[in-house]
Ligand binder design. Structure first.
Ligand code: 5GP
Length: 211
């Protein structure tokens, strides 16, 4: 009996490696759908509309808010980011585990609306490895790296509101742990009620019959 997929929210500091871990997990595992967000920020070099984000105008974004087309949205560093609702709903119905890679404010809104959503926070093994990772990219100035570290310290205050943490020591190991964590949710009693009720009925019917 097909069960509805899990709604998974993945957050983590800039530079922690969410993108690389998800890429590794999607390459080896099946049954996932990645929710592409809408945003009003401009594409960065290499980003493709419809793949990394739906890059839309502020007017169109506000229309989506008004028409209740978004599951959640947040304003982050001067731009809107939001999750289109229809895709998420369709994929959950089809039994896919849907991944939202979103920041903290949006994650908490999702939990309010969908209490069964699973909130996972990806962490670096320590502050220094995060700093080294941000510096290692070689694309940012020291000032920007410091700002990201300060933001990480602030965001870490919200960690206790999440359901699980996952530590990124190594991309493949972290991808395997993330997959195991998500798959385990499939065994939740609350995710299997149709099957449980069917079995309960069968057992009652069976016990009334002569064997
Ligand atoms: P970036 O501009 O670096 O791609 O993303 C900035 C932040 O926005 C990241 O923390 C990312 O996870 C978050 N984000 C991306 N899409 C969404 C979304 O649909 N909703 C919310 N609330 N945050 C998002």
């Amino acid at each position: 009996m097909r069960t509805r997929g899990n709604l998974i929210v993945l957050s983590g500091f800039a530079g922690v490696g969410k993108g690389s871990v998800l890429k590794a997990m999607f390459e080896t595992e099946e049954g996932y759908a990645y929710s592409v967000s809408a945003t009003t920020r401009s594409p960065r070099p290499g980003e493709v509309d419809g793949v990394h984000y739906f890059f839309i105008s502020k007017e169109r974004f506000e229309e989506m808010i008004e028409k209740e087309e978004l599951l959640e949205y947040a304003s982050y560093v001067g731009n809107y980011y939001g999750t289109p609702k229809a895709y998420v709903e369709e994929k959950l119905e089809q039994g896919f585990d849907v991944i939202l890679e979103i920041e903290v404010q949006g994650a908490l809104l999702v939990k309010e609306k969908e209490p069964n959503a699973i909130l996972i926070y990806m962490l670096p093994p320590g502050a220094r490895p995060l700093y080294e990772r941000l510096s290692g990219r070689g694309t940012e100035t020291e000032e920007i790296i410091r700002k990201r570290m300060t933001r990480a310290a602030k965001e870490a205050e919200y960690l206790v509101k999440y359901d699980y943490i996952i530590v990124n020591h190594d991309i493949d190991e972290c991808a395997a742990n993330l997959h195991a964590l998500i798959r385990a949710q499939r065994q939740r009693v609350s995710n299997n009620l149709p099957f449980i009720q069917k079995l309960q009925k069968e057992l009652v019917d069976f016990s009334k019959k002569e064997c």
